[in-house]
Design a protein around this ligand. Structure first.
Ligand code: ATP
Length: 270
């Protein structure tokens, strides 16, 4: 089926390079495919490979500047998923290794806006990501942020499988009743904003997962990261409304972020 649609790539045209990351199911390598620099995720186990075909099938339908682009797959000793190479790695490591002395608040806002635009696109396709977090955002050579890891992405909100949920990023209704929606992605986006403006800190520092579940259900919310612009913290807070309907849609969030960006530069341009 994939061969007919042009997503099946030729293993002999792939040059595998160094390992650049460790996924849950296998290593990620950098490489080259017909002259283009690529990342290759290898899944050795056949059962897992089957599950990943789903991730891939979703990805074939998505094209946006803020989503990591799929080039194709190779069926060879399991599955190789070939995507564009994001040379600056994931956003958590990017922010942690560079820190406040290198990355300024305007750049943080750019990352926030990039991710928001990618999510606005998913929202428009009625797709729910379900695992939005800074570790799943990758940074390109020209420092654009793109959303990756569509492994859990579903068209509908019902999930049955007993996947481990990323508790600190998952909305209360999704944790309790498995109600995933674009609005639960918006909750995760709020946590991602917190990660960005804290330069890659672990959310809910020093709290156990059990504690996070209980306290968030009871209305507890994280404090603003150090030096976070108040306007950005208000955005986090509305993403963390208990009631999903009260959370803004991604297109609204984008407008608000653009306004925030306007405040940063005197003439409204950057
Ligand atoms: P999954 O849950 O789908 O197994 P994972 O989180 O285990 O995913 P990935 O996030 O896909 O694994 O990849 C692990 C790491 O490899 C990333 O954090 C990142 O540093 C690196 N990586 C993944 N894809 C790319 C890419 N396209 N370009 C550059 N680096 C990448």
């Amino acid at each position: 089926e994939l061969s007919k649609t042009g997503w099946l790539l030729d293993i002999t045209k792939l040059k595998l390079g160094e390992s650049i990351g460790e996924g849950e199911f296998g290593a990620v390598y950098e490489g080259e495919y017909m002259g283009q620099r690529v990342a290759v995720k290898t899944i050795k186990c056949d059962v897992t490979a089957q599950a990943f075909m789903q991730e891939t099938t979703v990805m074939t339908k998505l094209q946006h500047k803020n989503l990591v682009r799929l080039l194709g797959v190779i069926l060879h000793k399991g599955l190789h998923i070939v995507t564009e190479l994001m040379t600056k790695g994931n956003l958590v490591n990017f922010l942690r290794t560079r820190g406040r002395s290198v990355v300024n608040p305007v750049q943080l806002l750019h990352f926030a806006l990039d991710v928001c635009e990618g999510m606005e696109y998913l929202e428009s396709k009625k797709l729910v990501h379900r695992d939005l977090a800074a570790r799943n955002v990758l940074v390109s050579d020209d420092s654009m942020a793109k959303v990756s890891d569509f492994g859990l992405t579903k068209v509908d909100s019902k999930v049955s499988d007993n996947v481990k949920l990323p508790v600190k990023w998952t909305a209360p209704e999704a944790l309790k009743k498995e109600k995933f929606s674009t609005k639960s992605d918006v909750w995760s986006y709020g946590v991602l904003l917190w990660e960005i403006f804290s330069y890659g800190r672990q959310p809910y520092p020093k709290m156990s997962l059990k504690e996070v579940k209980e306290r968030v259900e009871g209305g507890y919310r994280m404090e603003a990261p150090e030096d976070c612009p108040p306007g950005v913290y208000s955005l986090m807070k509305i993403c963390w409304e208990q009631e999903p309907r009260r959370r803004p849609a991604f297109h609204k969030l984008r407008e608000k972020l653009e306004r925030e960006m306007g405040k940063c530069s005197p003439n409204g341009k950057d």
